[in-house]
Design a protein. Sequence first.
Length: 77
Amino acid sequence: MDEEKMTTRKLDRLSRPESAASGGVFVLGLLWCVAGFLCLAATGLASLAAVYYVGALTAMAGLFGIIWGFRGAAPRR
């Protein structure tokens, strides 16, 4: 490799793509913090939402299991 083409990264600065990526992660972290505080403030509503969320995931897992069960029982050509 050419030494001239290699760039050195400054210790305290991120490159533009790294900076853009970390900004999205930062915003996502802020949203999770706000959601967590809202769940702490409204525990009844958060519990109800968690029950529906887990129930929906369980129902989808059951449907996928049924679909894959029939796919495995189908005759192969």
